[in-house]
Design a binder for this molecule. Structure first.
Ligand code: PEP
Length: 252
């Protein structure tokens, strides 16, 4: 089993370029590039190239985009394609974040196309999914998560799954300050791994990294990362402060 441990910061629509490079400088100064944790900065599009240059040559640091177009190229004003992302030096892309699903009404067809284009362009997609509060209250969370996984991932092969990372992000925990308990996170991560085993076989399931996201911070990261099926975190708010982000990196 060779699961990569990952701590990824999703900056969302925050920071100027100067603030962003200052944050990355602080993180580089206070972490060890040779530890085994893959650290990813999911920056806004305009910063991708600068931050890629800033971390260039640093082991275990990468840059990712927060979205990509489901189209290859052409007359789609304002969109950013996977090939463009790759050309900036970035290596990862978020697909299916709950804010994209909710505010931009992204469909399973769009998400499938984004993952396909990401993989075609040598970008690793971090595929996000998770239930809403009402779904959990109605005990539908396992059903919803299984559906979100199957409706998109069944278009891909076990070989392609080697380059996909999963992120379980219960919507009720994103940006709310309410975190899944370690028991809730472990229970769902185990379920996700079992679902991947059902779809693609045990080896694929044992090797895929599954991140937890949803108000993960410097205080709770350690107990979440201690769960056997939690391979790291996708961090929103707490990734905007170098101090907090570094503490999370050291929470394994
Ligand atoms: C996210 O946006 O992916 C996220 C997990 O946000 P937060 O950590 O702020 O809940």
């Amino acid at each position: 089993m060779s699961r990569t441990k990952i701590v990824a910061g999703n900056w969302k629509m925050n920071k100027t370029l100067n603030e962003a490079t200052a944050l990355v400088n602080e993180v580089l100064k206070n972490t060890n590039e040779f530890d085994e944790v893959q650290k990813i900065f999911f920056t806004p599009f305009p910063f991708l190239n600068d931050i890629s240059k800033q971390i260039s040559g640093k082991k275990n640091f990468s840059v990712g985009a927060q979205n990509c177009s489901e189209q290859v190229s052409g007359a789609f004003t304002g969109e950013v394609s996977a090939v463009m992302l790759k050309s900036t030096g970035c290596n990862y892309v978020l697909v299916g974040h709950s804010e994209r699903r909710e505010y931009f009404k992204e469909t399973k067809e769009q998400l499938t196309s984004k993952i396909k284009l990401a993989l075609d362009n040598d970008l690793k997609p971090v595929f996000c999914f998770g239930e809403k509060l009402a779904e959990r209250k109605n005990k539908l969370h396992f059903e919803i998560v299984a559906q979100q996984l199957k409706e998109v991932l069944s278009s891909f092969s076990a070989v392609q799954l080697k380059n996909i990372i999963l992120a379980y992000e219960p919507v009720w925990a994103i940006g709310t300050g309410e975190t899944a308990s370690p028991a809730q996170a472990q229970e769902m991560h185990r379920f996700v791994r079992d679902t991947i085993a059902e779809l693609f076989g045990t080896e694929t399931a044992l090797n895929i990294s599954i991140l937890y996201g949803g108000s993960c911070n410097a205080q709770n990261a350690q107990e979440l990362f201690a769960c056997p099926d939690v391979d790291g975190g996708l961090i929103g708010g707490a990734s905007l402060k170098a101090d907090d982000f570094c503490k999370i990196i050291y929470s394994f």
